[in-house]
Each structure stands twice: as C-alpha cells, then as structure tokens.
Design a protein. Structure first.
Length: 146
C-alpha cells in the first residue's frame, strides 16, 4: 500500500447499481463502507485506472462508464492526513459480483432505500449520490463549501 500522507490524491469511484441496490466496499478492519475504485496512478488515464481498479477488486470488466461528478474530501486516517479529489462514474459491469479479490475489503449490495442509513464514506460523496439518484445531474461538491 502506497503512502499518500500530505499529498493530493486523485481517486476514481464507481457507482454500480443493480435491481435497486448499490454496490459498496466494506473496510474489514474499520467497518465503514466506501465506493469501489481507487487511486489514479501517474501516467494512467482515468478510464484505464477505473477498469484496473474494478478488475483488481471484483474481477469484473467495465462495459460502460459515465461521469457523474466530483467530490473534494479531506480526512485523517490512522494519524495520516489525506486530501482526495474523487472523480465519480456510474459504471456498468459485465457481471456484478460481491466476492472481493482483495483481503482487506468485502462487498455488499445496499438497497437505495437503506443507503442513507449506512455509514458510507466520504459523507459528502454519499450525500451527493443520494441527490444524484433523484435528479441525475452532474455534481461537484466539497467538504469546504458551507
């Protein structure tokens, strides 16, 4: 795992829906949910990075992806400060799996109805996804905007 302390991180996040449910990852050690995806590496294009992350996490192939928004987030985890820019895409896969390919995460399908009740991070992204599910408008949000 790379260290990103005190660096600007560019992350790509996938919103994957199936039958009224949203696929999320669960951090096994910490218990919170987050959206599939990961870091954009230097020299990698966004589409390739998203496909790579989905293949690594779910062993699935991205068939379609549509840009839906951007979220700016700053947080501290394990004593390290992080500042991430999340590029968010609605993603269609060749098949939806809940079986993780990585030891540190699990996957769950959460109903859109129950989505607002779960601890999904970043909170600002969860808020924008709930709004996007209603209006389907491209969004930009930051935890810094009051």
């Amino acid at each position: 795992m790379k260290k990103y302390e005190n660096q600007l991180e560019v992350c790509i996040r996938a919103i994957i829906r199936s039958n009224g449910k949203i696929l999320v990852c669960k951090n096994k050690k910490k218990g919170y949910y987050f959206f599939p995806g990961g870091h954009l590496e230097f020299g990698e294009n966004i589409k390739e990075a998203l496909a790579r992350e989905i293949k690594e996490e779910l062993d699935a192939i991205v068939k379609k992806f549509l840009f839906i928004g951007v979220v700016d987030n700053i947080f501290t985890e394990d004593g390290q400060k992080h500042h991430e820019i999340n590029l968010v895409f609605e993603v269609k896969l060749d098949k939806i799996k809940k079986q993780s390919q990585e030891d540190h995460i699990d996957f769950a399908l959460i109903s859109e109805k129950d989505f607002s009740k779960e601890q999904i991070l970043p909170v600002v992204l969860k808020k924008m996804i709930l709004k996007w599910l209603r209006n389907k408008k491209i969004f930009w949000e930051s935890q810094f905007i009051k």
